[in-house]
Design a protein around this ligand. Structure first.
Ligand code: DC
Length: 230
């Protein structure tokens, strides 16, 4: 695969700051931003809605192949339904981690993700973007933070609140369970690509993280065209 001059891969565990950083980068560079995790969540949402067993790999892979994803700013629709809030519930957290373990589902979504990058000028965030989806991405960033800090961030993240208050300890243990699932699964586990820049964001204000990542990405993109945000 040729090196993709205008693709930025942002990977890392939940609560490491990927969403904020990826959105800010895309805005600064004038690139498109895609949250690949929302696609796993969208497939899990559709499976639950259709009453499909979450271990039925072929049925869920068929849903992943057929799903119509529409990304509009920070909102996402699956098969015509705006699921932006519905896919951030604790139940969907668990269901998405479960479908993300299924190789046939990953294969279907990876090919959809590559298609989204065909025209370049893309910031994609996830777990396997720099390792599997775009191994030739021009810039790869791996964000991490201590488990405590990631749980604290997730507990106050309005996108994940779904109208409920959750105890920090509950958020922390759910996050740890999902992390373990993402890191230990057989198919494309979360790992650091050898050519990714690892950034520990523990205790670092998110604005400083964005500034640092932007400077690394700009130097990796070299002369690739970027446009100011419109
Ligand atoms: O980033 P997130 O928490 O919204 O992702 C939801 C689930 O999907 C999570 O268990 C990790 C998984 N995922 C993945 O396996 N590969 C990706 N590229 C993105 C997310």
């Amino acid at each position: 695969m040729p090196r993709n001059e205008t693709i930025v891969a942002i990977d890392g565990p939940s609560g490491a700051g990927k969403g904020t950083v990826a959105r800010a980068l895309a805005q600064e560079l004038g690139y498109r931003h895609i949250d690949s995790g929302a696609m796993y969540r969208g497939v899990a949402w559709q499976a639950s809605r259709d009453g499909v067993d979450l271990t039925d790999e072929l049925a869920i892979a068929a849903l992943a192949e057929a799903a119509v994803f529409a990304f509009e700013g920070d909102r996402i629709a699956v098969n015509g339904h705006d699921v932006t809030e519905a896919i951030r519930t604790p139940e969907t957290d668990v269901a998405a981690a479960s479908v993300a373990r299924l190789p046939a589902v990953r294969e279907a979504l990876v090919s959809r993700q590559r298609a989204l990058g065909e025209d370049g000028r893309l910031v994609m965030e996830g777990r396997d973007i720099g390792t599997v989806v775009f191994p030739a991405a021009a810039a790869k960033i791996y964000l991490d933070a201590s488990p405590d800090e990631r749980a604290r961030r997730r507990a106050v993240d309005p996108a994940h609140a779904s109208g409920r208050t959750r105890a920090l300890a509950d958020v922390a243990s759910a996050l740890e369970a999902r992390d373990t699932s993402d890191r230990t699964r057989h198919a494309s586990p979360l790992t650091l690509a050898p050519d990714a820049e690892l950034i520990d964001t523990t205790g670092v204000p998110i604005g400083d993280v964005v500034t640092r990542v932007l400077s690394i990405v700009r130097s990796r993109l070299g002369g690739a065209p970027s446009a100011p945000a419109g």
